[in-house]
Design a protein around this ligand. Structure first.
Ligand SMILES: Cc1ncc(COP(=O)(O)O)c(C=O)c1O
Length: 401
């Protein structure tokens, strides 16, 4: 075979078209599915308006500083009242780099709520990247950990049996609930007095700001560092910013490279995030209203609320209605216009439709009537939630959080 023919064949072999035969129509169908899914808020899709704005973005290489990305970082630093910010591909990398930057010499430990993302859903990253022991606390009030619980659990003595606590990590929101700011201030005072660093996983802090009408800067001022996501409540396709003192962010930038997270032409990603911040933050008020609508409807129907609708999530138990998650999921999936559910947790997002909320409540109401018709008698007393820790039931898919 001639060299030219070989080259032509090679060129042919390398070509790929990832678009489906009718991609625009498929995307429309996907968007509709997203509008009727209560699984999570990470499934929101970039809109044509967001993509048009992103397509106009700068084209630099972000390892050497990129204009739109620099602008986004500066904006986030300003918004949070911190000295500097760093754009990262994910909330997980942002949290893990923050932990690695704060912690220097093992043995050391991190104190956090047992339900936090950094403990439960980051693949054991604190042990892997930072050689840190994690001390998880199950909050007695079922809502948030308190200063007293932190003091009780942290290892602060110089006894050689212990891994000294060097870092406290809080998450706000956690399971959609808002960490009381006065408790954060108490914890921050204790951290300062005991030379402990305080990091906030504020993946969804936007919701707290929207719900309480408190500026981000005030919410995060007690923290040494804060991680804030664009790809959850605000609906950007990707991205998180880590904020903190300039020296901390310089070190984090170095570690981002080490982690393999030094990205190149990020202009369109930063522009998507900027579009999300500018256009979607104001949509969170309605998202919270939808979640409260679900909670109210479920209470009226007699379901148990396991974790209240403070922002974009509500956890429920349908047992008082004689129902199980699995049958609700199955029936929701079989509706003429299906609804996607994951178990006890219901998440509303900026693309959730009002109709989906109405249809979900109508389904629960119908299933309740069917149970009644079958002779189901509700128990006299609804189940009381054991040790104060909410039951977090995922029927499927377990990995989505
Ligand atoms: C509270 C919280 N922190 C961090 C993350 C991690 O974000 P990512 O999925 O971008 O790694 C998530 C993911 O959903 C989260 O819910």
């Amino acid at each position: 075979m001639s060299p030219q023919r070989l080259r032509d064949d090679l060129v042919k072999q390398t070509k790929i078209d990832v678009l489906t035969a009718d991609q625009a129509k498929d995307n429309e169908a996907h968007m509709h599915t997203v509008s009727r899914s209560f699984l999570t808020d990470t499934i929101t899709v970039p809109t044509p308006e967001m993509m048009s704005y992103a397509a106009l973005s700068s084209l630099g290489d972000a390892v050497y500083h990129e204009a739109a990305t620099d602008a986004l970082e500066k904006h986030m630093a300003r918004l949070t009242g911190k000295e500097a910010a760093l754009f990262l591909p994910s909330g997980t990398m942002s949290n893990q780099i923050a932990i690695r930057t704060h912690l220097t010499q093992p043995p050391h430990s991190i104190v956090c709520d047992a339900r936090t993302h950094i403990h439960k859903y980051e693949a054991g990253g604190a042990a892997f990247h930072s050689q840190a022991a994690v001390i998880p606390i199950h909050p007695a009030n079922g809502h948030h950990i308190t200063l007293e619980e932190i003091i009780h659990n942290a290892d602060l003595t110089s006894d050689i049996h212990f891994a000294l606590t060097k870092l406290i990590v809080l998450e706000n929101t956690l399971n959609g609930t808002i960490f009381p700011q006065d408790e954060i201030l108490r914890i921050a005072k204790f951290a300062k007095e005991n030379d402990l660093k305080l990091h906030l996983d504020g993946a969804r802090i936007w919701h707290v700001a929207a719900e309480l009408a408190i500026p981000l800067e005030e919410l995060v001022s007690p923290f040494d560092s804060v991680s804030i996501c664009f790809s959850k409540g605000l609906g950007a396709p990707i991205g998180t910013c880590l904020m903190g003192p300039a020296a901390f962010i310089n070190k984090a930038r170095w570690l981002r490279k080490l982690f393999g997270g030094g990205m190149r032409q990020t202009g369109f990603l930063s522009a998507s995030a900027a579009y999300a911040v500018s256009n979607n933050f104001e949509k969170l008020f309605h998202v919270h209203e939808l979640t409260r609508r679900i909670e109210k409807g479920l209470i009226e129907l007699g379901a148990e609320i396991l974790s209240p609708a403070e922002t974009c999530m509500v956890f429920y138990d349908p047992a008082p209605l004689g129902l199980e998650y699995a049958e609700i999921l199955e029936r929701a999936a079989k509706l003429p216009d299906p609804i996607t559910l994951g178990g006890s947790r219901l998440v509303c997002h900026i693309q959730t439709s009002d109709q989906a909320v109405a249809d979900f409540l109508a389904l629960i109401s119908q299933l309740k009537e069917e149970k009644k018709a079958e002779g189901w008698v509700p128990p006299e007393k609804t189940h009381v939630n054991g040790n104060g820790v909410i039951r977090d039931v995922y029927v499927r898919p377990k990995a989505i959080h």
